[in-house]
Design a protein around this ligand. Structure first.
Ligand code: PLP
Length: 416
């Protein structure tokens, strides 16, 4: 018997158990909707989930390892990339790669910038990147893997990055500037045009992390929302990460990294030559992987089309309005203003961590922010009005109870 984080675990059984027993055990584990809705974000409505599942299941055992080589798979992956990049005001040679998530997309941006810098910034001996304080932790993680230093800069009073702070932090070892459109932290779009201008002036790689907004902001704009430009419209933006498994409503793991020009994509690829396996060159970081997510992404994007995404975006705005009004109507709670998503709210009478614990006690699985303390609502258009009403009722109950009762247990707010 082995142990896993101190717990005794069972060895592989001598004989297997029946399918019915498997189901019974899984039934015991499975989380309940709508309480687990936010932990399952961002699925989209039932019909979208069905389409995704259908394609995923059909290609679940096909190996994405071959996505650059087997024509049937390559063309589907390329169609996903073409559909995605078409939303970003691309240039003629803009292109991209399919990845396993925002973490890999951002890692790919960092890696390509590091390779590019060997040619374009040969004096940078100890490469660093500069980004606003709210840059996603996947940058810290990627930077650590790649031995790049990450320098973060102060925000303005609305939670957005500040171009002049970034300009001031650049030094001769800087290779890249990264900023977010929007940040997960505040749902705010950094001033990308100003920040990209700093990058352009300094001859640096500019990456935009649009993981959460990449497949939402284009449709918000088409519906008339005025957003700060953040995509390839903005001179100087060289790469953009955008998560299909967030507001693209595709099945995890699925994300994309886009390159302004195919010339930049060359820095992404790693080819191991003269290996006993021959030349080993794959689409990205992973080796063998399920092709299910690629086919599911193709199916969802093709099924929805622009019209479908616009419909879901309208629904999202409706939900945002309902939840904002509902949260703000509860004494002591205030929803933050966001440019895009996700939603966050804070409690200014009871401690936010106590309200968070109150929601956990009601059975909701919630995410939050630690600094400053806030509770995150990662809604998607699959969240029904009934679910929203139940959530608001539970939130009101929990908050009123704390305000009435003095001491309350504070939860351990977590993002992950
Ligand atoms: C979600 C997110 C990421 C990381 O994405 P994963 O898919 O969890 O790896 C990166 N940046 C932002 C802004 C995000 O919202």
């Amino acid at each position: 018997m082995g142990t896993l984080e101190g717990k005794v675990v069972k060895p592989l059984p001598k004989t297997g158990i029946s399918v019915d027993e498997i189901k019974a055990q899984l039934d015991k584990i499975e989380l309940r909707d709508p309480y687990a809705h936010f932990a399952r974000a961002f699925r989209g409505p039932k019909d979208v989930q069905e389409v995704a599942k259908l394609a995923f299941e059909r290609f679940i055992s096909d190996n994405g390892f071959f996505s650059m080589y087997l024509p049937y798979m390559q063309s589907i992956e390329q169609e996903v990339i073409a559909m995605g990049v078409s939303l970003l005001h691309p240039e003629k040679n803009s292109t991209g790669n399919f990845t396993s998530g925002g973490t890999e997309s951002n890692f790919s941006g960092l890696h390509a910038a590091k390779e590019w810098a060997k040619v374009h910034k040969p004096k940078a001996k100890k490469p660093n990147i500069v980004a606003p304080f709210t840059i996603h932790p996947s940058f810290q993680k990627g930077a650590q893997y790649l031995d790049i230093e990450l320098i973060t800069t102060d925000l303005d009073e609305n939670g957005r990055g500040v171009a002049k702070n970034i300009a001031a932090a650049i030094n001769e070892d800087t290779i890249m500037i990264a900023a977010s459109a929007p940040t997960w932290h505040f749902g705010r779009i950094d001033p990308i045009p100003e920040i990209a201008a700093v990058a352009k002036d300094a001859g640096l790689w500019m990456h935009v992390d649009a993981c959460v907004g990449g497949y939402l902001s284009p449709f918000l704009e088409k519906l008339g929302e005025k957003l700060t430009p953040w995509d390839f419209r903005v001179p100087g933006v060289m790469s953009i990460s955008a998560d299909l498994h967030k507001y693209g409503y595709c099945l995890k793991p699925a994300s994309t990294i886009y390159w302004r020009d195919a010339e930049l994509q060359k820095y992404h690829y790693v080819a191991i030559e003269d290996h006993f396996l021959g030349t080993y060159k794959l689409a990205g970081f992973s080796g063998s992987r399920s092709a299910g997510p690629i086919f599911a992404a193709w199916a969802v994007m093709s099924y929805l089309g622009e019209e479908g995404y616009l419909r879901l975006t309208r629904r999202l705005l409706e939900l945002k309005k309902k939840l904002t009004a509902g949260v703000n109507a509860i004494e002591g709670l205030r929803m933050w203003d966001v440019d895009v998503m996700p939603l966050h709210f804070q409690s200014h009478k009871a401690p936010t961590a106590a309200v968070y614990q109150g929601l956990l006690d009601k059975g909701w699985i919630m995410l939050g922010l630690v600094n400053p303390e806030a509770i995150t609502i990662p809604i998607d258009p699959g969240f029904s009005d009934e679910a929203a009403d139940l959530f608001l009722k539970d939130l009101r109950d929990a908050t009123e109870k704390i305000l009435a009762g003095g001491e309350a247990k504070k939860g351990d707010i977590r993002y992950s």
